[in-house]
Design a protein around this ligand. Structure first.
Ligand code: TYD
Length: 196
């Protein structure tokens, strides 16, 4: 089973991912995008550059995903592990769907289209929902992706993705205290694994 954690910057999902990882060992693979591979390093370099070409950046993120899928996610799933990924394809649909506005028509559909023939969709996605002002404040607004205005549009894209496949998403109220958010995430994960 492939479980992904998604949400805007500052939604607290990485803290949850770290806590889940500390609790669960045997039978789990915890991973994330961007990855720590050289593809992921190229992505982080682009992220830090305010003048990065958004189309070039999309393909760096997508290259990182292709490598992540074949070298980490698919082998772990083949071994029967539960894979828990902090960010995955939906991050590209939501974020690059905003970053590519004005570059290509219907950007989110374009980004989904280039993944569709080869990606492996998640079975369950925990969506950490928080308003963009809180997200930007928590994230520190240190790069171009962490500005409240940008995050507002990213959140709109996430809402659109949830409308497309509501059965895949579980919404978690990420405006709660970190302890309450973690409690919710733990119980959702336990429930989906026992239903599987
Ligand atoms: P994030 O999970 O916040 O990593 P970290 O906190 O370790 O830097 O992801 C980094 C940023 O990259 C975040 O602002 C979201 C953005 N991002 C995309 O724009 N597209 C993607 O496909 C992914 C995976 C991330």
């Amino acid at each position: 089973m492939l479980v992904t954690l998604e949400g805007i910057d500052g939604s607290g999902k990485t803290t949850v991912w770290e806590a889940l990882r500390a609790d669960r060992e045997e039978g789990y693979t915890f991973t994330h995008e961007p990855t720590d591979s050289w593809y992921g390093k190229a992505v982080r370099r682009s992220e830090a550059a305010d003048d990065a070409n958004p189309l070039a950046e999309l393909f760096l993120f997508t290259a990182d995903h292709a490598d992540h899928l074949s070298s980490v996610v698919e082998p772990a799933l083949d071994c029967g592990d539960v894979v828990v990924s902090d960010r995955y394809s939906d991050s590209r649909y939501a974020y690059q769907g905003v970053a590519l506005e004005g570059e290509v028509p219907r950007p989110m559909e374009y980004v989904r289209g280039i993944h569709q023939p080869w990606t492996r969709p998640p079975d369950v996605t925990l969506y950490f929902d928080v308003d963009p002002e809180t997200g930007a404040a928590r994230a520190g607004a240190t790069n171009k992706f962490e500005q409240a205005e940008f995050l507002r549009d990213v959140r709109t894209n996430y809402e659109q993705l949830i409308e497309y496949t509501p059965e895949r998403f579980v919404r978690i109220d990420a405006s709660q205290s970190p302890e309450a958010v973690l409690d919710d995430a733990e119980s959702v994960l336990d429930r989906v694994l026992s239903d599987a």
